[in-house]
Design a protein around this ligand. Structure first.
Ligand code: AMP
Length: 298
């Protein structure tokens, strides 16, 4: 990290400077840019787990300076969602991020990101925003407007050479790739595999909402996706999805959705067709709404 960071600008926690404003961030990265060194960005909402850390480690291996953003973005939460109780532990996050190779944390207040009069939204139109989680009956396109807008702002603020996202949020990753391409952001998007617990449950900050019994049941999501993939490869997508539904039913889980889609266009997929297919699931399990997916490569 640059040695001439102004200490007055930075609150150092657990060894990683935490920056609160866009101006300070520009300042902190100015020498890095002048020297032609590369910047990697890992956007997060904090409450770090091994999934986040895998992104930070990959960024650290590939980029000269790694910026982790830590911002629980209110505009991607619906009115009935968990914004207020979303887990937050900045000190722990700073320690873990430092160990995984982050050089600094950008953790702005809501007013820094959305000042009074803020009126601009980024929307990736069509299927990408309106199916699966974006279906109006579910989280709705509003969720992905919130995501696209905050990520576009982070790309402009941090100006990373590479930005890292998790396959866990498959629809988000597809949408961000499309936005970056459509709006000519000069950034390479890397999407890395989902990191799982020993029983297959995809790591998520929201897993902390699960009681013991629900935590055990939640492993059925990844079992169902494995069954879907095996069934699809052995027979058809239809038999794969049926096998997945059986796994969910056995655990008493009624999915919000369980769907097969083209992995790039998110159009419905009825058969394996030589293109990557995404099988995605969402379910409310106890106090947590969880999502997971498997990518079937041809
Ligand atoms: P979040 O803090 O939940 O907004 O996630 C920040 C980033 O970490 C996103 O790009 C997520 O897709 C990614 N991520 C979350 N969970 C996992 C996981 N289990 N494995 C890999 N990446 C993940």
């Amino acid at each position: 990290m640059d040695s001439n960071y102004s200490e007055s600008l930075l609150a150092t926690r657990g060894g990683v400077p935490t920056i609160r404003s866009k101006a300070e961030l520009r300042d902190a990265l100015s020498d890095t840019r002048a020297d032609g060194r590369s910047v990697g960005l890992v956007p997060t909402m904090g409450c770090l787990h091994q999934g986040h850390l895998s992104l930070l480690r990959a960024a650290h291996a590939e980029c000269d300076v790694v910026v982790m953003s830590l911002f629980v973005n209110p505009t991607q939460f619906g009115p009935d969602e968990d914004l207020d109780r979303y887990p937050r532990d900045e000190e722990r996050d700073a320690r873990l991020a430092a160990d995984a190779g982050a050089a600094l944390i950008y953790a702005p207040a809501v007013e820094e990101v959305y000042p009074s009069g803020f009126a601009t939204q980024v929307e990736v139109s069509g299927d990408l925003s309106q199916v699966l989680d974006g279906d109006p009956a579910r989280r709705g396109a509003r969720h992905f407007r919130g995501v696209a807008t905050i990520v576009a702002k982070l790309f402009n603020t941090v100006q990373p050479d590479v930005a890292y996202f998790g396959q866990k949020d498959a629809q988000q990753a597809v949408l961000i790739r499309r936005m970056a391409r459509d709006l000519d952001f000069p950034v390479r998007i890397e999407v890395l595999p989902t990191v799982r617990e020993a029983d297959g449950l995809a790591m998520s900050s929201r897993n902390s909402y699960l009681g013991e019994e629900d935590r055990r049941r939640a492993a059925a999501l990844s079992r169902a996706l494995r069954a879907a993939e095996q069934g699809a490869r052995a027979g058809s997508l239809t038999t794969g999805l049926a096998a997945a539904r059986r796994q969910l039913a056995a655990a008493g889980i009624e999915p919000e959705y369980l769907e097969a889609r083209d992995a790039e266009e998110l159009s419905p997929a009825v058969e394996l067709n030589g293109r990557p297919i995404l099988i995605a699931v969402a379910a409310q399990i106890g106090g947590a709404r969880l999502i997971d997916n498997v990518l079937i490569q041809p």
